[in-house]
Design a protein around this ligand. Structure first.
Ligand SMILES: NC(=O)c1ccc[n+]([C@@H]2O[C@H](COP(=O)([O-])OP(=O)(O)OC[C@H]3O[C@@H](n4cnc5c(N)ncnc54)[C@H](OP(=O)(O)O)[C@@H]3O)[C@@H](O)[C@H]2O)c1
Length: 233
C-alpha cells in the first residue's frame, strides 16, 4: 500500500512503539489519528490525538465516531496499546489481571470492529496487532500477560482467515524485549541497548504496510539477536 494520504489509527500513540509508528506514518504522508489514554505531545498538521482508554468501549466508540465522521474508511489500524503486570500467579491482583485483559484483548476487539465495515466496503485495509513473544511461549511470573497475548494471537489468526477474501490484511507482530517504558511494572528488568529499538519495530511495520497488494505478512516474530550483548571473547 502506498501510505501517502492513507487514514491510519494507532492506539497507545503517546510513547514507545506507538509513538514511533505515528512518526514514521507521518513521514510517509499518512493522515494519522492517535488514540491515547494520557498526554500526547505529537504536533503535526496531519495528526490528531483522540482521548480514549481502549478498554472502555464507550470511549473507543466516541473516538471512532469522530474519525468515521470525517472519513469513509480507516485504511490502517495499529492495535498497539498494551501493558504488563508481572509476579507469581496467586499474588497477581484481580484488578491487574482485568486491566491487562481490558487493554490488551478487549481494546483490540473494540477498535477492530469499528474499522472493518469501512474496510470491507473499500475491499482493502491493514490491521496490525502487537502481540509479543509472550503470545508464543509462556514465561514464569507472566501468566496474565502471556494469557492476553495468546488471546491476541488467536484473535489475529482467526480474523486474517475471516477477512482475507475481502482484501483486508491482518498482521500479528511478536516482538521480544523492546527498549521502552513497558517494563516499569517489572522489578527485575531495566531497558537496555541490547533490546530491540522501538523505531526498528515501527520500520518493520511500515515495511509490512507497504507490501504489494497480493503479499500478506501474517505473523512477524522479531527478536533481538544478542539480548545479553555480544559474546565475550
Ligand atoms: N516493550 C516490550 O518489550 C514489548 C515486547 C513485546 C510486545 N510489546 C507490546 O507492545 C505494545 C506497546 O508497548 P511499548 O513497549 O511501546 O510500551 P509503553 O512504552 O509502555 O507504551 C504503551 C502504550 O500503550 C498505552 N496504553 C496503555 N494502556 C492503555 C489504555 N488502556 N488505553 C489506551 N492506551 C493505553 C500507553 O499509554 P499511557 O501513557 O496512557 O499508559 C502507551 O502509549 C504493547 O501492546 C506491549 O504489550 C512490548
Amino acid at each position: 500500500m502506498n501510505l501517502k494520504d492513507t487514514i491510519a489509527v494507532v492506539t497507545g500513540a503517546n510513547r514507545g512503539i506507538g509513538l514511533e509508528c505515528v512518526q514514521q506514518l507521518l513521514q510517509k504522508g499518512a493522515r494519522v489519528y492517535g488514540i491515547c489514554r494520557s498526554g500526547c505531545t505529537t504536533d503535526h498538521p496531519n495528526y490528531t490525538c483522540l482521548k480514549a482508554d481502549v478498554g472502555n468501549v464507550d470511549e473507543v466508540n466516541k473516538a471512532m465516531d469522530e474519525i468515521l465522521a470525517k472519513h469513509d474508511a480507516v485504511d490502517i489500524l495499529i492495535n498497539n496499546a498494551g501493558l504488563g503486570y508481572f509476579g507469581f500467579c496467586e499474588q497477581l491482583e484481580v484488578e491487574k489481571w482485568q486491566e491487562m485483559f481490558a487493554t490488551n484483548v478487549h481494546g483490540i476487539f473494540y477498535c477492530t470492529r469499528r474499522v472493518l465495515p469501512g474496510m470491507k466496503t473499500k475491499q482493502s485495509g491493514h490491521i496490525i496487532n502487537i502481540a509479543s513473544t509472550a503470545g508464543l511461549e509462556g514465561y514464569a511470573q507472566t501468566s496474565g500477560y502471556c494469557a492476553t497475548k495468546f488471546a491476541v494471537r488467536g484473535f489475529s489468526d482467526a480474523l486474517y482467515k475471516e477477512v482475507r477474501e475481502e482484501g483486508i490484511k491482518v498482521t500479528c507482530v511478536y516482538p521480544g524485549s523492546v527498549k521502552t517504558n513497558f517494563f516499569r511494572h517489572h522489578s527485575g528488568i531495566e531497558p537496555h541497548d541490547y533490546m530491540l529499538q522501538p523505531e526498528d519495530i515501527a520500520a518493520q511495520l511500515i515495511y509490512a504496510l507497504e507490501s504489494p497488494k497480493n503479499y500478506h505478512p501474517v505473523n512477524l516474530e522479531i527478536r533481538p539477536l544478542q539480548p545479553k550483548g555480544p559474546k565475550k571473547k
